[in-house]
Ligand binder design. Structure first.
Ligand code: 6R9
Length: 656
């Protein structure tokens, strides 16, 4: 992949919004300036007003109570208010839009019929799911793991938890049994909701088998609720397993919505960091919903009657905020897609846009690059005249992909919002707003309301003022969608995000601020890699590799990959007496796939007789990254290495 354009290069052409876009937009340039200023100078006043976009059972009187000081970090928004998130996403729309479609479900196989679920039906289905969970003993505050394909039941399950005050933790259906088991244990879940199988791209993953394997050594009697999707055979655990359709038939289609405090956890979502195992990011109810709803409306310029489609999976935060919570809080019609962009062929996305007359389309650069490589005919043969706005998320977008998206998909008429945010941030933090900002290919551009990005000098942590500067990206003050803690480990929360740069939330990303004050995200500056928009800690892949009996040591780095953005490059040192071979390479690749999941599949495994280490034994990843990038001229200082000759060996073996 060519990296994001340098802000001063010719590729950074400016695309001003059209008069039509400006006229329709909720926010134009002048309004952005005024609102942004107000959001910073009077944060409590601004968010106090914005909080009213959702319904409260007991209105809040306190807006914010925030401290970013290491050792006493606390983040509270609307703390004395009470509400129910599911009631906000469903019940409050019933008076005005009960018969409007809430969810359009498009199945994996285009030959199967799509489903249109109205708000009235969403209410009944969510209530049934809520009552079934209750019948299995789930109470307010209990954790429920959701391990489902992209089927409507995934949304029902999330909303059902919210309705009864249970905390959901959605695990992407592509994760392995081990990864699932770790997450079930990590949050001490009472119930896992899954399906018999998950069809994707014409192939079926045996989800229930994975759950059985994940729970093999479980002694806490985790129950499992199984949605029938494929009809395949499954192994039932007597006394612990329940078919959803059988249980749902026994319960009423109405269930009261629990009164929740604004700061009660809504969900836990595990995400990768630079050290250790994935951490459970905790989002709470009130602030998260206000922020998801507001960003969904303004960034995507959502209006009544729009058909909005975000292609993410609910296993990631993008699916939480921009398939389920944001759109439904706004009473929107949100499209849920079970399949993949290239099945049955590379026209699938565009056919779905045509079929359902999609107005806003939100996807990841990796998908754009993959489809771009297939040629334009797949796009041009579809009628995309309904499209009004395009969005991207997950990784920096290279200008070639941006320009293709703009001209071939958007026909030069759709503004592109390149939204920078993270699992931790709950919603967009830096993004152009369609009617307010001329866009630049590859730039995430402007802070959303209330967001104060700063560029820090990486070593000293000093704020770098002015424009035309580069450093690491941190945020100065809180916003309502910010994560509150790491599940069960507030210390880790503080250490991870507030200890490197005192007084700031540190994002882990690098960035530039160009001459116009626009932000360009340059990618992670820690040991997190971004493979096809999926976040992965190199430490996770390393610990999977060293768990193999023949592996003595492993070091993993990212390297530029044309389609995936970054690929996974593994240096592996074998145990004494073990011989490298193609078979072993295959075996290790499969091993990592089973330990973590197919998304963690190594792209390159290089045999490394030794790894470059400092005298204190620290692996010098900087050098390994350069070798993986084939950039041998810029290895930097290798004199502190315990044995500098290992570097020559690695370079020699690089092309093998
Ligand atoms: C929402 C999401 C977060 C990391 C983040 C950054 C990268 C996301 C981006 C982007 C450049 C964008 N990232 N959006 N980089 N431009 N528009 O992706 O959350 O899975 O937690 O990943 O993704 O590196 O730090 P998450």
């Amino acid at each position: 992949m060519s990296s994001a354009a340098h802000p001063d290069s010719a590729a950074s052409a400016v695309h001003p919004p059209s008069a039509e876009t400006i006229a329709r937009a909720h926010v134009d340039a002048a309004k952005y300036e005024a609102m942004y200023k107000a959001s910073i100078t009077d944060s409590a006043g601004f968010w106090g007003e914005q909080g009213k976009r959702i319904d409260w059972i007991k209105p809040y009187t306190q807006v914010r109570d925030v401290d970013f000081t290491l050792g006493q970090v606390k983040i509270n928004w609307y703390a004395d208010g009470t509400l129910n998130v599911a009631a906000n996403c469903i019940d409050r729309h019933l008076a005005t839009r009960a018969d409007q479609t809430a969810i359009i479900w498009e199945p994996d196989d285009p030959k199967d019929p799509a489903k249109h679920i109205t708000y009235r039906e969403l209410h009944a289905e969510t209530c049934k799911m809520a009552n079934v969970l209750k019948s299995l003993g789930v109470k307010k505050g209990d954790r429920v793991v959701i391990y489902l394909p992209m089927i409507p039941e995934a949304a029902y399950a999330m909303l059902a938890c919210a309705r009864i005050g249970a905390i959901h933790s959605v695990v992407f259906a592509g994760f392995s049994p081990d990864a699932l088991g770790a997450r079930v244990n990590g949050c001490d879940a009472k119930v896992v909701i899954t399906s018999d199988g998950a069809p994707r791209g014409g192939r079926v993953t045996k989800l229930k088998d994975n759950v059985n394997q994940a729970l093999l050594h479980d002694t806490t009697d985790v129950k499992c609720l199984i949605v029938r999707r494929t009809g395949q055979q499954i192994a039932f655990r007597q006394g612990l397993d329940y078919w959803y359709h059988e249980e749902a038939a026994k319960v009423p289609a109405d269930c009261p919505a629990e009164e929740m405090n604004a700061e009660d956890p809504l969900f836990i979502l595990y995400t990768s960091g630079s050290t250790g195992q994935p951490k459970g990011v905790v989002h709470t109810s009130g602030g998260y919903l206000v922020y998801a709803a507001m960003t969904h409306q303004i960034t995507f310029d959502y209006h009544e009657g729009d058909i909005y489609w975000c292609t993410a999976d609910v296993g990631w935060v993008t699916g939480h905020s921009y398939i389920v919570y944001g759109p439904l809080a706004n009473g929107a019609t949100t499209l849920m897609f079970e399949g993949v962009p290239t099945f049955p062929d590379a026209s699938r996305f565009w056919q779905v846009c045509e079929k359902h007359k999609v107005t806003q389309f939100y996807t990841a650069p990796t998908a754009i690059r993959a489809l771009m490589g297939q040629g334009t005919e797949w796009v041009t043969k579809c009628d995309l005249s309904s499209l009004r706005l395009l969005g991207t998320v997950g990784e920096p977008i290279n200008p070639e992909a941006w320009n293709w998206y703009d001209s071939v998909v958007g026909k030069g008429k759709c503004p592109i919002v390149d939204t920078w945010w993270q699992t931790e941030t709950g919603g967009h933090l830096i993004t152009p707003l369609p009617g307010a900002h001329p866009t630049k290919p590859g730039a995430a551009q402007k802070p959303f309301f209330g967001v104060q990005p700063v560029v820090l000098e990486p070593t000293t942590g000093a704020e770098i003022e002015g424009n035309g500067v580069e450093g690491v990206l941190a945020i100065k003050d809180s916003w309502p969608g910010q994560m509150r803690t790491v599940w069960g480990d507030h210390d880790r929360f503080e250490k991870t995000y507030f200890s490197d740069y005192k007084g700031y939330y540190f994002s882990g990303d690098g960035c530039r601020r160009d001459k116009d004050g626009d932000y360009w995200i340059t990618g992670r500056v820690d040991d997190v890699i971004n493979v096809s928009g999926h976040r992965m800690g190199t430490a996770e892949v390393e610990s999977a590799l060293v768990a193999h009996a023949k592996v003595a040591e492993a070091a993993v780095v990212g390297y530029p990959h044309d389609i995936k953005g970054q690929g996974i490059y593994c240096y592996v040192t074998l145990m004494n007496g073990e011989e490298p071979s193609e078979d072993l390479r295959k075996e290790l690749r499969n091993w990592v796939r089973t330990e973590i999941g197919p998304i963690a599949s190594p792209d390159v495994i290089q045999w490394a007789p030794g790894l470059p280490k400092t005298r204190s034994g620290k692996i010098m990843r900087r050098i390994l990254r350069k070798i993986a990038e084939n950039d041998f001229g810029a290895l930097g200082d290798t004199s502190t290495l315990a044995d500098p000759s290992v570097v020559d060996d690695l370079i020699k073996n690089r092309s093998e």
